[in-house]
Write a protein of this length. Structure first.
Length: 322
């Protein structure tokens, strides 16, 4: 099943699966958070998604419980200073903000100031910013965010679905602790818990992004292989024809038949995550499922090319194609 953009706005489970992919935000548009933090005010979220503040506020009110679980808190001038201390950012030594009797003005750049009243203002961590984009239907930027997320989800679900739910219990524990400290009213513990969530997401995001890039690279290689196998070359569809190609390659490259097979099995596992040796005993080729032959064929072309052979010419020389 292919996932679509509309599924994100309609399915909370899909949103939860994608909530750590905050890296998508910067791929779509530069994220401008409060200095020394990874949070935005609601107005900044509205600016990011290029919609009126009221639009974001209505989206937030409709989905308040869900978005709040991503770490939305009320930040006051006092808690802003406490938070920057937790993150080892000494704001007091640079002109990032000015404190007045009733409010604080934070200077983000020459054109942007953020006012935080003494009574506080809601701020959104990156996960809450991302979830808002998953739910916001009136924004072209949010639509692009969801499109990018669906591209990621389709890649992961096709090739390695376990990446989506990895360490989910640990993540839930961190968010549960954050929510508990929010209810306690202890700002020091609250921002420490929030920083733990931020640190976790940063580590998890880098690991996820690395693996996603590996998957995308593998998919690109398979797509290249698929282009080599045009409609008149799609002939590797059974064990006999596959064995014939492996035997021919072993002869051309002066390898033993078993060596050529073992190399192909390893290459197949690496490129398509199909480990035939774990499915049963020899001959391992017998464990290929009927619905896997298109992938087998694509990987085989890659294996031929890996041996410095032109796949089309090689298949013709082995009399696999006319």
């Amino acid at each position: 099943m292919k996932y679509t953009e509309n599924m994100i706005t309609e399915n909370v489970d899909i949103r939860n699966e994608l909530i750590n992919r905050v890296d998508i935000l910067n791929k779509v548009k530069k994220v401008l958070t409060l200095p020394c933090t990874e949070v935005m005010t609601m107005q900044q979220v509205a600016d990011f998604y290029e919609v009126p503040l009221q639009t974001v506020n209505m989206c937030y009110q409709r989905n308040k419980a869900e978005i709040d679980m991503d770490g939305v808190v009320v930040m006051t001038p006092k808690t802003y200073k406490e938070f920057t201390n937790v993150t080892s950012c000494d704001v007091s030594k640079n002109p990032d903000y000015e404190q007045y009797r009733t409010h604080m003005v934070i200077h983000i750049d020459n054109n942007t100031d953020v006012v935080i009243p003494n009574r506080g203002i809601k701020v959104f961590p990156e996960n809450a910013i991302l979830r808002t984009g998953m739910l916001l239907t009136e924004s072209a930027v949010a639509l692009e965010v969801r499109t990018q997320l669906i591209n990621v989800l389709n890649v992961v679900k096709e090739v390695q679905p376990e990446l989506v739910t990895r360490e989910i219990e640990h993540e839930e524990e961190l968010y549960h602790n954050l929510f508990k400290t929010m209810l306690s009213g202890n700002t020091g513990e609250m921002f420490e818990a929030l920083q733990n969530v931020v640190d976790y997401n940063n580590r998890h995001r880098l690991e996820m992004e690395k693996k996603i890039n590996e998957i995308e690279t593998a998919n690109q290689e398979l797509e290249t292989a698929n282009q080599v196998i045009t409609s008149n070359l799609k002939v590797i569809s059974d064990r006999s024809s596959l064995s014939r190609v492996i035997r021919c390659l072993a002869r051309v490259k002066s390898k033993s038949y078993s060596q050529a097979w073992n190399e192909f099995y390893t290459f197949l596992n690496y490129k398509a995550h199909i480990n035939l040796k774990k499915r049963g005993g020899k001959p391992y080729v017998n464990h290929i499922n009927d619905n896997e032959w298109d992938i087998i064929q694509q990987v085989l072309v890659g294996y031929i090319e890996k041996n410095n052979l032109n796949a089309t010419d090689f298949l013709k020389s082995c009399e696999i194609v006319k």
